[in-house]
Design a protein around this ligand. Structure first.
Ligand code: FAD
Ligand code: SF4
Length: 583
């Protein structure tokens, strides 16, 4: 079949990462085509009537493709044979920004310079020796927080993030003394609207945190809490606190996603073409330049789309997989330094009160950052060499504990079926609380993504294979955080507390970053600071794969900010599409 007419920009995947860059380039006059393998679901047709179905969206995960489409395999070490692992990301126009929770915050300033921060704090002490022994591959980002700040601001004001500010230009908790995260990095102005209100689980968490002398705050969220119109002219309703939120498309258009907050503006530009059900198989290249992508369209036909600039925005696993399958691994950096969080939560029941944790969206949350980043540095030093760890975690209460999503989180001494199980549910289903930790993981030399030699998708493309283990730092961190959460529960008067104190690694924790690290040198990174591949300068990567290190905060606001940052670099012509070193 003849190749389709050439476009200025060809984007693979339309999730969070593709949203800003595709809109900004189209609005500036570039002809943009987006090839998204999933269907174009809409609020009106698919979510307004179909959303309130836990079996469909949360249990059977109807938006998440199966192993015949997105195979993923997992092992802890390179000498093991990987086994199939669940893929957890949505495939639809909007990607996982449709069914995500919406917890939306910035990274810390020192998240952008982790290597220097840790070297300055612990370099001489030898205390962080366990990191070196485990092969930690620490790095500083090739950009500083202050460079990304205007783009964080753009995310908050254009996509719509609600919160209380914790730090406006250095003034801590400037508006009310008890709201906002006092540890956050400085922002230039307030949020455009306030966060979600508190429910009973939040008040219990908040009360316990205050009783322990900690500094609780409202989690910022990409959910409109009032009727709101963005600068793109897109109006969204105030959230109704319906509870069918994480894992579901929002029936009311309140939850921010590339689908509802960006796509309508992109389509209005007149330069933006969306092709849903277009599954990209490979990037075709000649003489060090990408020339086209081959994809299977909605009718099952193979198509070829030519372009000048290509942007892979298909999520970390698929970006790496597409590059390796296309034979693009010029400098041996593709797939290296994969980072994801350990799975971590702690639950509790209360005898003396109802919490009704089913009510409200998952991100109706209070949080503390007292043990995140370098905030508890003194306390960690006092742990001594056998328990010392670096960095930490945000700790938050979680709502939306709907019956079909909660039924199997029961204390270890409760039977999993029969009369004992029923008695437990009748008494405790509404007296139950879950607390989550967003634990910051480190990159390691031996944690990476490559192609599985055995498992393939239905088109014959090898599966993404993840090699990842929990290391000493993550184990020590999670034990410490478990004890902090248990202390919160005790302060709140919990009857029973349970969870896994030892973190475990899984293939996908939905915050799956790294794999295509950006940097300043081609010998230690896959792309330059704008996500431009060192070895193929007209091919860009967008998304969390670029992150050299992570954070104790969720990644998507940073993914959106990076995407705006990339579009500005392309538009301001800071880039040379023939040489990625010229930036
Ligand atoms: C249940 C859940 C809750 C979450 N909650 C939060 C939260 O509260 N806060 C937070 O910060 N983050 C959260 N996340 C993570 C967040 O969703 C991701 O960080 C974000 O969606 C990543 O953006 P992305 O564009 O890189 O990938 P995605 O959003 O996954 O988009 C990638 C798109 O590429 C498409 N694609 C893949 N391969 C191909 C191909 N070969 N051809 C064409 N298209 C392709 C996919 O179909 C998909 O639509 C959550 C994720 C999940 C699953
Ligand atoms: S809780 Fe609010 S944001 Fe979430 S799905 Fe319901 S209306 Fe939408």
């Amino acid at each position: 079949m003849a190749a389709l007419p050439k476009k200025d920009v060809v984007i693979v995947g339309y999730g969070a990462a593709a949203g800003p860059v595709s809109l900004e380039l189209a609005a500036a006059g570039y002809s943009v085509v987006v090839l998204e393998r999933g269907p174009h679901l809409t609020t009106e047709r698919d979510f307004q009537t179909g959303s309130f179905d836990s079996l469909r969206w949360a249990v059977r995960q109807e938006m998440v493709p199966g192993a015949d489409i997105m195979p993923l395999t997992f092992r802890n070490r390179a000498d093991q044979v990987a086994i199939p692992a669940p893929y957890r990301m949505a495939s639809a126009v909007g990607g996982s920004s449709i069914h995500w929770s919406g917890q939306s915050w910035r990274f810390y300033e020192d998240d952008f310079r982790l290597r220097s921060t840790l070297a300055a704090a612990y370099g001489k002490s030898g205390l962080a020796y366990h990191l070196a022994a485990d092969g930690a591959a620490l790095a500083d980002w090739p950009l500083a927080y202050r460079e990304l700040e205007p783009f964080y601001d753009k995310v908050e004001y254009h996509i719509g993030i609600g919160g209380w500010p914790g730090n406006i230009a250095g003034a801590i908790r400037p508006l009310r003394s008890d709201e906002g995260n006092p540890f956050e990095a400085p922002r230039q102005r307030d949020y455009p609207f306030r966060p979600l209100r508190d429910n009973a689980t939040d008040l219990v968490f908040r009360g316990a945190a205050l009783a322990l002398g900690l500094k609780p705050f409202h989690v910022p969220t990409a959910i409109t809490t009032e009727d709101w119109t963005s600068p793109y002219g897109i109006s969204r309703n105030a959230c109704t606190y319906c509870s069918y939120c994480m894992n579901y498309g929002c029936w009311n258009g309140s939850k921010g996603s590339s689908l509802v907050a960006l796509l309508p503006a992109a389509l209005k530009s007149g330069n933006f073409e969306l092709r849903a059900n277009a599954h990209v198989l490979r990037v075709n290249h000649r003489n060090g330049r990408a020339v086209s992508v081959t994809y299977i369209d909605g009718e099952g036909r193979e198509q070829e789309q030519r372009g000048d600039i290509f942007i892979l925005a298909a999520y970390s696993f698929q970006n790496v997989r597409l590059l390796l399958h296309s034979g693009i691994d010029g400098n041996g950096q593709v797939g290296k330094y994969f980072i994801n969080r350990p799975e971590f939560h702690v639950s509790a029941t209360f005898d003396d009160r109802y919490l009704n944790g089913y009510a409200g969206p998952s991100v109706q949350r209070q949080a503390i950052d007292d043990f995140n980043g370098e905030n508890a540095a003194e306390e960690k030093l006092r742990l001594g060499p056998d328990r010392f760890f670096v960095r930490g975690a945000a700790i938050c209460s979680a709502s939306q504990r709907l019956p079909l999503e909660t039924y199997n989180d029961v204390p270890p001494d409760v039977p999993r079926w029969g009369a004992g199980y029923k008695a437990y549910l009748s008494k405790y289903l509404n007296r139950y609380l879950r607390v989550l930790a967003i634990a910051e993981p480190m990159p390691y030399e031996d944690c990476f993504i490559d192609l599985d030699p055995t498992h393939k998708d239905k088109y014959g493309v090898p599966a993404a294979r993840v090699t990842r283990a929990v290391k000493t730092n993550e184990l020590r961190m999670c034990r410490f955080i478990y004890d902090k959460i248990a202390a919160l529960y005790r302060a709140a008067g919990a009857a029973k507390i349970w969870g896994r104190r030892d973190a475990i690694a899984v293939a996908s924790m939905v915050h799956d970053c790294g794999g295509l690290r950006m940097g300043v040198e081609p010998d230690s990174s896959a792309t330059n600071r704008y996500g431009q591949l060192w070895t193929m300068p007209n091919l860009f990567v967008a998304g969390g794969a670029l992150m050299p290190t992570m954070s104790g905060h969720n990644p998507t606001e940073t993914i959106w900010a990076l995407s705006y940052w990339q579009s500005a670099a392309i538009l301001e012509k800071k880039l040379d599409l023939t040489d990625a070193r010229r930036v």
